[in-house]
Design a protein around this ligand. Structure first.
Ligand code: GUN
Length: 295
């Protein structure tokens, strides 16, 4: 079998048109421009590149982005004071703090400072808790994007076996929760594999869908898959490649070559999950602005 490619770029661009239309309607009808504050601390190259992409995507969708790039010497108290100020600013509908934060910061304390109604990443305990008990909330962007990508494959998730590899708070745990909820686009039997799982292939071999989010290249290989499985690769790893202009190439957590021989559909890296994460962030920001305009 040769897997079809799940085109995250195309889906993202379709959804971004819809988001841009919603932003334009909000501006026309209520004179409200959705606004996203993007906070970056330090110079982590991957974080710098994600944040740049998020700011550019905002502009293209008619969302105002308010960039706050601080040196790693800013104190946690100063950072939290800034977040509190943004919590009170009516022009700001979403606040994003790019993770991971540099050494010395507590991700939890900083994220906790974001007002839940502006937490468009869906990372605060209030939004995580609401997601768990099916209350309306901001869904975390990567898991939400994954659900949308699976939908495009036409594979029904209800009653299917989904294996999630990786138990991060940002991807693994929330996507496992979302896919096991009752309702459309979910209702799957979910197995969550992690570093404590002696042999993940025992589970992946019976999986209809495998979501791999371990942060390690080659976590998933073709021999670990059932024929026809759908593979969602969340990894973005930089591997040294002197032949590339930047000196590195990007690869996912799955071995694309061997997996695409066995799978029925697979997300590429880049161009799969990545564009969807940013899209769902824009989605949540417009949603937040619409809610604020209603109140
Ligand atoms: N770091 C890696 N993924 C994300 C994300 O979706 N949001 C934020 N804020 N930081 C991240």
């Amino acid at each position: 079998m040769s897997a079809s490619i799940i085109d995250g770029k195309k889906l993202a661009s379709d959804l971004r048109l819809e988001i841009a239309n919603r932003a334009a309607a909000l501006k026309a009808e209520k004179n409200v421009t959705p606004g996203l504050a993007v906070i970056l601390i330090g110079e982590n190259p991957a974080s710098v590149s994600y944040v740049t992409a998020k700011e550019k995507a905002c502009q293209e969708a008619g969302i105002a982005s308010f960039p706050f790039h601080f040196p790693a010497t800013i104190t946690q108290d100063e950072l939290i004071a800034k977040i509190n100020e943004l919590n009170r600013d009516p022009a700001v509908h979403g606040i994003l703090v790019q993770l991971p934060l540099p050494k010395g910061f507590s991700d939890k304390a900083v994220i906790n400072a974001i007002a839940p109604e502006k937490d468009v990443d869906g990372f605060t305990p209030v939004n995580v808790g609401k997601m768990l008990i099916d209350e309306e909330c901001f869904l975390p962007c990567t898991p939400h994007g994954i659900i949308k990508l699976i939908e495009t494959t036409g594979m029904e998730t209800a009653g299917k076996h989904v294996v999630v590899m990786g138990r991060s708070n940002i991807v693994g745990k929330p996507v496992a929760v979302l896919l096991s909820r009752k309702g459309e686009g979910a209702n799957a039997t979910v197995t969550l594999c992690h570093t404590g799982t002696p042999d993940a292939s025992v589970y992946t071999k019976t999986a209809d869908i495998v979501i791999v989010a371990t942060g390690k290249p080659n976590t998933l290989t073709g021999d670990m898959l059932k024929s026809g499985a759908v593979v969602i690769d969340v990894g973005v790893n930089r591997v040294v490649d002197p032949s590339k202009p930047k000196g590195y190439a990007l690869c996912g957590d799955a071995d694309f070559a061997s997996c695409s021989e066995v799978a029925s559909a697979i997300t590429p890296v880049p161009g799969g999950v990545g564009p969807m994460t940013i899209t769902m962030l824009l989605w949540n920001t417009v949603e937040s602005a619409e809610r604020a305009a209603r109140n």
